[in-house]
Design a protein around this ligand. Structure first.
Ligand SMILES: O=C(O)COP(=O)(O)O
Ligand SMILES: [Mg+2]
Length: 223
């Protein structure tokens, strides 16, 4: 069976924090609340938009009001690709992986519609057999069910798949799903979030790291 590479989106494939930062600060400004620095917003990312908003409002001693989520999402969907770009080397690596037989999928905690809009705007959407967003299934990363449901949509199997991510949620979801993972050093997560996973310093290292992660899975090495 064709192997599947499942990528996290924010901080792994794309540097999306500038547009998230801008949309969040517009939401704050509309409520006469102070904005945040890029570093603060980077620290809020990783658990999906509802948690991003909880963290942002909590920083001001408040809770999100009822319109905060739809307002943020509408604004972000309209402006997700203004500054956001793939990390250096990512499009070439996706080409290389597909050329060597990998099926590609995205498993992100970003809401699915926003993820699709962003990937489409960057010319990347067509490469992915499935996009599992933070609101696509009943649960999201770190729940392995998010990863497994995305994989099922992509037509892949856990014993022939590798998760690539920048956050401890990505590593935890992969471990729970019984899948190998590769941690990327250029994203938003702290480096110790890698746990025992191999670490890619640059995108160009991914094809070799994915091949060795796959070769180390029990079903492959038993062949
Ligand atoms: O939306 C988020 O909080 C993070 O999204 P990610 O899962 O693509 O990193
Ligand atoms: Mg991420």
């Amino acid at each position: 069976m064709q192997p599947t590479a499942i990528f996290d989106l924010d901080g792994t494939l794309v540097d999306s924090v500038p547009d998230i930062h801008a949309a969040l600060n517009r939401l704050m400004a509309a409520r006469a609340l102070p904005g945040f620095s890029l570093a603060q917003v980077t620290g809020f990312i990783g658990d999906g938009v509802p948690t991003l908003l909880l963290r942002a409002f909590a920083a001001h001693g408040q809770q999100p009001d009822t319109t905060a989520y739809p307002e943020f999402l509408a604004d972000y969907e309209a402006s997700a690709a203004i500054h956001t770009r793939p990390f250096e080397g990512i499009p070439a690596v996706l080409d290389a992986l597909q050329a060597s037989g990998w099926r590609l999928a995205v498993c992100t905690n970003k809401p699915e519609a926003a993820a699709r809009l962003l990937l489409e705007a960057l010319g990347l959407l067509g490469r992915f057999a499935a996009v599992g967003g933070g609101d696509s299934f009943p649960t999201r990363k770190p729940d392995p069910a998010h990863l497994l449901a995305t994989l099922r949509l992509a037509g892949g199997a856990p014993e022939r798949s590798v998760m690539i991510g920048d956050h401890h949620n990505d590593m935890a979801a992969a471990a729970g799903a019984g899948m190998p993972a590769v941690f990327v050093a250029w994203g938003y997560g702290a480096r110790d979030a890698a746990g025992g996973a191999p670490v890619a310093e640059r995108a160009s290292e991914l094809p070799a790291l994915l091949a060795s992660a796959l070769a180390a899975t029990p079903s492959t090495s038993m062949r």
